[in-house]
Ligand binder design. Structure first.
Ligand code: C2O
Ligand code: CU
Length: 508
């Protein structure tokens, strides 16, 4: 780091002739101490304890109260509000037998892509991506995770599914990582139809990239209408090779002309991916598990699917040459023939104006809480490491805000990015609706997201209803960024966490 080194050596680059004796040599020493002292203190203060509770992390941010109703219990921590509820008790209430039951065994082992290329990484039931889990809306899902040989331990997070907090799968926050030889059961109701995915939330920047992930598809009861072909396109980069459902290059979907294909694009990587279709028009029928209202036909535009996000495209298979769905270098071919690669359209579809508006079901202008999530970057120490680190509202990890809400609150948040890089922001346990971007109000279909690309210099106003008690991560899904501290939490009043981050648990 330029700052400490420069400062420490600055006082006396070329010592003058010894004239003043001891006092003169003392001056630089004192000056150096004056600089190094605070730096040393900052370094020391940045060291993370061996383990800590997320509850003790950072500082409480109760938000600005906008509503005219209840005044939040500021300065009365714990005295107001509901009685303490442990995260572990926030489970699916039904004890009925599950409708969908899946066993997943995690292993550390090399696996082979369809191209023959070997990848050193992790598998679920012997493959990566792991099996596609399919449920009908309303069904009870039960997944038993067994860790056979992942040395760091594993968990499963249900990305985009607003599960009960106890099964959110965040190591050290909602459970302990499952050690080798251990197992863990996840139970939740697949309430919302749409495209989702699951992944480990233990050492996630490494485990997700190296294969501990898979898709979860929730169809309407009885499945999609018979005339529509349901096609998953889970995109993941293994060792620099972009794959669709584990296959590099092109994958053909044999469907007759006139057939409608719903392509469920799931971006499981760290960066945004432009998606477009050549040879046919398309519609974006769902985003992050919520249907778009009256989606119009799109041509010659690309759709940006950010890290962690999903977009369901509907394409009608053309009569002649196949339609080509471009997925960042890999592609799906819908129909016959071999259309050439197409160039990326210059325009981007803007979800802020796409589709037609509808009632939200709540009133964001009567928010009970209003938060800011300003992403910045500053020099400093993170766990003893000097660097340029991410900040949230000017604070560096672990001194990040704990956004506090009460059950039923209408919550607004302004996510603002002044960090010099783009970030796919992901809130667990809730879907938020986009109200405005850079102050320009949304005018299209209600745009509900769980993963939102916030470009450098952009700001988004979003809102949601706090209807899922627990403690929830709200972090950047460019997972190395999360590991570098771009993490905050949303906490409901009265919720307690029996787990600890550190030791066996390393969520990012
Ligand atoms: Cu998909 Cu906290 O993650
Ligand atoms: Cu980021």
């Amino acid at each position: 780091m330029a700052v400490p080194t420069g400062a420490a050596t600055a006082p006396s680059p070329r010592p003058p002739r010894k004239r003043g004796g001891r006092r003169r040599t003392l001056l630089p020493v004192v000056a150096a101490l004056a600089v190094l002292g605070p730096l040393g203190w900052m370094w020391q203060a940045s060291l993370l304890p061996d383990s800590y509770s997320v509850m003790d992390m950072g500082y409480r941010d109760e938000g600005r109260n906008q509503g005219s109703g209840a005044v939040p219990a500021q300065g009365h921590e714990g005295h107001h509000g509901p009685a303490a509820r442990s995260v572990a008790t926030l489970t699916e209430p039904s004890t009925a037998p599950a409708d969908v039951r899946v066993d997943l065994t995690a292993r550390k082992e090399p696996f082979r892509l369809a191209s023959g290329q070997m990848v050193e990484g992790y598998t679920l039931n012997g493959s990566s991506p792991g099996p596609v889990i399919t449920a009908e809306q309303g069904q009870l899902v039960e997944v038993r995770l067994v860790n056979e040989s992942v040395p760091d331990g594993v968990t499963l997070h249900w990305h985009g599914v607003d599960v009960p907090n106890a099964v959110d799968g965040v190591a050290g926050v909602t459970q302990d990582a499952v050690p080798v030889g251990g197992e863990h059961v996840y139970r939740f109701r697949a309430d919302q139809r749409g495209s989702y995915w699951y992944h480990s939330h233990q050492v996630s920047h490494e485990q997700v990239q190296r294969g501990l992930l898979g898709a979860l598809v929730v169809t309407p009861p009885g499945g999609l209408p018979g005339t529509t072909v349901d096609e998953l396109a889970l995109v993941h980069i293994y060792d620099g090779v972009r794959t669709v459902n584990g296959r590099p290059g092109e994958t053909r979907v044999d469907a007759a002309p006139g057939t409608r294909v719903r392509v469920r694009v799931v971006n499981t990587d760290n960066g945004p991916m432009p998606v477009w279709v050549s040879g046919a028009a398309f519609r974006v029928v769902a985003v992050d598990g919520t249907d778009v209202r009256e989606p119009g036909e799109v041509r010659d535009l690309s759709v940006e699917v950010t890290g962690g996000a999903r977009a369901d495209l509907e394409v009608e298979v053309p009569a002649g040459q196949a339609a080509r769905v471009e997925l960042g270098g890999a592609a799906l071919l819908l129909g016959q023939g071999d259309p050439p690669r197409s160039v990326r359209p210059t325009g981007k579809l803007d979800m802020l104006t796409y589709g037609t508006p509808a009632a939200l079901g709540f009133d964001p202008s009567a928010a009970d809480r209003s938060f800011e999530y300003v992403i910045g970057r500053a020099p400093g120490f993170l766990d003893g490491w000097p660097g340029l680190w991410w900040t949230v509202n000017g604070h560096m990890y672990p001194d990040v805000p704990m956004f506090v809400v009460a059950d039923g609150d209408v919550v607004r948040m302004r996510v603002e990015n002044r960090s010099g890089e783009s970030h796919p922001m992901h809130l667990h346990g809730h879907h938020a609706v986009v109200l405005a971007r850079d102050g320009v109000p949304a005018t299209g279909s209600p745009w509900w997201v769980d993963s939102l690309e916030v470009g450098d210099g952009e700001s988004y106003d979003i809102a949601f209803v706090a209807d899922n008690p627990g403690i929830w991560m709200d972090h950047c899904h460019n997972l190395p960024h999360a590991a570098e501290g771009l993490v905050a939490h949303l906490m409901y009043e009265g919720v307690t966490v029996p787990y600890r981050v550190g030791g066996v648990n390393e969520p990012e």
